[in-house]
Design a binder for this molecule. Sequence first.
Ligand code: SAM
Length: 249
Amino acid sequence: RGKLWIVATPIGNLDDLSPRARDVLRAVALVAAEDTRHSAPLLAHAGSRARTFALHEHNERDQAERVVERLLGGDDVALVSDAGTPLVSDPGYRLVRAAREAGCEVSPVPGPCAAIAALSVAGLASDRFVFEGFLPAKAAARRERLAELVAEPRTLLFYESSHRIVEALADFVAVFGGARAAVLARELTKLFETVIAAPLADVEARVLADANQQRGEFVLVVAGAEGAAADAVLAEGRRVFTLLREELP
Ligand code: SAM
């Protein structure tokens, strides 16, 4: 049986491709990539001549079966995503499960991950954190999700794209309050990398003031609710619940 390698790739700087990632990409017969055209330059950079195969959100179930057939046939396969670590806000978990269920070994080649890179420069409590990935695209659902997280005491990590960063920051300020400490990490490892560490209201003001700060890829790291603030939110929740309970038949 072949082995399935889960290979992390750069999030912007090709030099972040590890020597082991390069070796694996060269050695495998097949690379399953989220977008084969997007991964072509990386594979060329790695000197890989493996055949590529598209495995994305919409075809993962079917393609996983085909990859497993190849593994059972003895071929080693690597999974890469467009950037960073596969499975982190990216496809792959169904493939990993299918490969393991078929008795194949699954092995990681760790490397870049935007969330962890942002956390590593945020300077916010990092002993416990919650990865929330992308928020819902629709405003109402997004605010609802944020409202669920207001009292979360652990540091929170979110992914955001340039399309929604302005709207999203407004929602963060509205729901979490402008005083909550945050770090907006933009274009990490790329030419225009910027890290803004400030209360949410100031992060929003700086992004609004400069159109360049609205471009690119973002990780927003938000401090967890402080003990007292979390207690206040819970107390308020209990108060409202008690009032409602009295009103209900
Ligand atoms: N699997 C990837 C990882 O390990 O980070 C994440 C894939 S997800 C589809 C893409 C999102 O990751 C972007 O919208 C952005 O929020 C974040 N991201 C990716 N590269 C980034 C970078 N260089 N700087 C900041 N955020 C980045």
